[in-house]
Write a protein that binds this ligand. Sequence first.
Ligand code: NAP
Length: 237
Amino acid sequence: MKLKDKVALITGAGRGIGKAVALHYAREGAKLALCARTAAELEETAQEIKAAGAECLATTCDVSLEQPVSSFVGEAQKRFGRIDVLINNAGVMTRPVPLAELEIRKWDYTMAVNLRGPFLVSKAVLPVMMGQKSGAIINVSSSIGRGVYANFCAYAVSKWGLEGFTQTLATEVRSYSIRVNSVDPGYVATKVTGYHGGRPEAVTDVFVFLGSDESKSITGRMLSSSGWKQEIGKNRG
Ligand SMILES: NC(=O)c1ccc[n+]([C@@H]2O[C@H](COP(=O)([O-])OP(=O)(O)OC[C@H]3O[C@@H](n4cnc5c(N)ncnc54)[C@H](OP(=O)(O)O)[C@@H]3O)[C@@H](O)[C@H]2O)c1
């Protein structure tokens, strides 16, 4: 088991990629603290994790709101006594439109969930990891956060921002042995893509790797779920 007794906090674990990663983490021996806004989906994930024999705390929480984030992280710390891995996965994408047609409230909503969310959750978790002098933060980015795509301005800027957040934070907390990396999961069949793309279960290996001690020298990296082994030179010679 690659994550035996590690405590992982995963945002947006009610469905899609976050749920698949949470279930893989459970099978690798992790204890889980999960959040999303929809209670019924979150409860279903929690039941599946408990059925797999893992401990799980599931709390409804909107990652864009300071007080609920603070309560969720506080609850996780109280329940498990530590937090080893944070996966900032919760994210939203509104319908792609040219910038002139993009409603201001949709820009604000995208930034609130995709950028303010990881900031708030990381800010709440970091004192715990700094106290432990260890931890791994994994930010879920996108190819749209690493390339140029017309009509995706709000989503693209939020993910480019998340890459900047990853790089900056990785440098800032390196001396505490806290690692910060980002992952592009590829094109995955979830609500975000109208359920087109690959299976969420097929993209989880890189998240297990980055949360485990196997990746303890890796920080400030942008990995992809399909090419991560080549990207870190794991398949070399
Ligand atoms: N699917 C893809 O092809 C793809 C590609 C690149 C990147 N991504 C990224 O992958 C991540 C996961 O997306 P997904 O594809 O798995 O989409 P999804 O199926 O829609 O899942 C998103 C999860 O995040 C939760 N969430 C959304 N807003 C939230 C908020 N404000 N607070 C807390 N939880 C929130 C959702 O639950 P509630 O709505 O109930 O809160 C849900 O559990 C996102 O960051 C997305 O940008 C996906």
